[in-house]
Design a protein around this ligand. Structure first.
Ligand code: UDP
Ligand code: MG
Length: 318
């Protein structure tokens, strides 16, 4: 308890991909908003193609509170978060850890609110984005709703809309995270899955300061796939349900044909189209299920190789 009352040691973990203009603004925002804490920033440069790493190096030289690690190439946002958390664990320098984006969409002035919730007993304080009054494309709104709904239904882990990667964690939660060896790291699912006490705090995001969103449709689909496949094997059970449905339909059709034939009627006139439709439908279902099996098999294969999920090329300190 006395530790909580002393100046709180706080580590911000910030993945960056082409954020050169936002990095100095981020540090300035931390200086302005986090005076009451003993804060540090760990930037994780996720293979940026601009001068993000140059900026991190420059600032870390004159600012003892700023550190960074640099990936050898782009390994993705979730892996950048994972690397940041593992690095933070190695250095054991903080009481609480805050993960947030470099583009200042996650307001640093909201952090004291999160600390309050942590002091109130929450182990994980999850900021939940409020989208009312924001200009968001219908496509993004629909796909995001669809993902959260499908994920919760398939995995049994309750994810709520707006639960992105802006959160505060305590040291025990960090210990739990680094003890997980998921190759497909998906922190948004892992934390609710753990059952550790989580409090949701609604916040209004800012607009991106500079640059554009790095989450292309392809990256969003890949993240959704990682989340769903990593937390549920229910899609594999689809083949049992689909197989059962087609069995029932074919039995019903068989009975229909026998009844028509015994009444002296003929089914020949509809025989050809119904045959083709059935063959195509069953072929489609089989290919679909093979695809799902293939996804899981591929994930197992990649897991089996045991390669690291990211490669660090440089650090601002050893
Ligand atoms: N990011 C990353 N690697 C990537 C894509 C994004 O580290 O491959 C970082 C990015 O620099 C930002 C955060 O992840 O700090 C969120 O990305 P972005 O703001 O583009 O996503 P959005 O807010 O549009 O969902
Ligand atoms: Mg953003």
């Amino acid at each position: 308890m006395s530790e909580k009352l002393a100046k709180l040691r706080m580590q911000l973990i910030v993945p960056c991909y082409n954020e050169e203009e936002n990095i100095p603004l981020f540090v300035a925002a931390a200086e302005q908003n986090l005076r009451e804490y003993d804060w540090h920033i760990l930037f994780v440069n996720d293979g940026s193609t601009d001068n993000s790493w140059g900026e991190i190096l420059r600032i870390s030289k004159k600012h003892s509170r700023v550190h960074g690690i640099c990936f050898a190439r782009n390994f993705g946002h979730q892996n950048a978060l994972k690397a940041g958390l593992e690095e933070a664990w190695e250095h054991h320098e903080a009481d609480v850890y805050v993960t947030l984006d470099a583009d200042l969409q996650h307001p640093l002035e909201f952090i004291p609110e999160m600390v309050k919730a942590w002091r109130g007993g929450a182990r994980i304080v999850q900021a939940a984005r409020q989208d009312e009054g924001r200009k968001i494309s219908l496509f993004k709104k629909l796909t995001s709703k669809l993902f959260y709904g499908v994920f919760s239904m398939l995995s049994g882990v309750k994810l709520q809309h707006g639960m992105a990667d802006f959160r505060l964690l305590d040291h025990g939660v960090l210990e739990f995270i680094v003890s997980c060896h998921d190759k497909d790291f998906f922190l948004r699912g892992l934390l609710p899955w753990s059952g550790l006490r989580m409090e949701l705090l609604p916040y209004k995001p800012h607009e991106r300061q500079h640059g554009v969103s790095k989450f292309t449709v392809r990256k969003m689909c890949s993240l959704a796939m990682t989340g769903i496949v990593g937390y549920s094997v229910r899609p594999l059970y689809c083949s049992i349900i689909l197989g059962l449905i087609s069995l029932i339909i074919s039995l019903a059709y068989f009975i229909y044909v026998i009844v028509i034939a015994s009444m002296g009627g003929s089914d020949i006139s509809v025989g050809w189209p119904s045959l083709i439709a059935t063959v195509l439908a069953i072929g489609g279902v089989q290919l679909f299920m093979l695809g799902i099996l293939g996804i899981y098999l591929g994930k197992l294969y990649m897991e089996h190789k045991g390669r690291p999920t990211y490669v660090v090329g440089a650090r601002t300190r050893e």
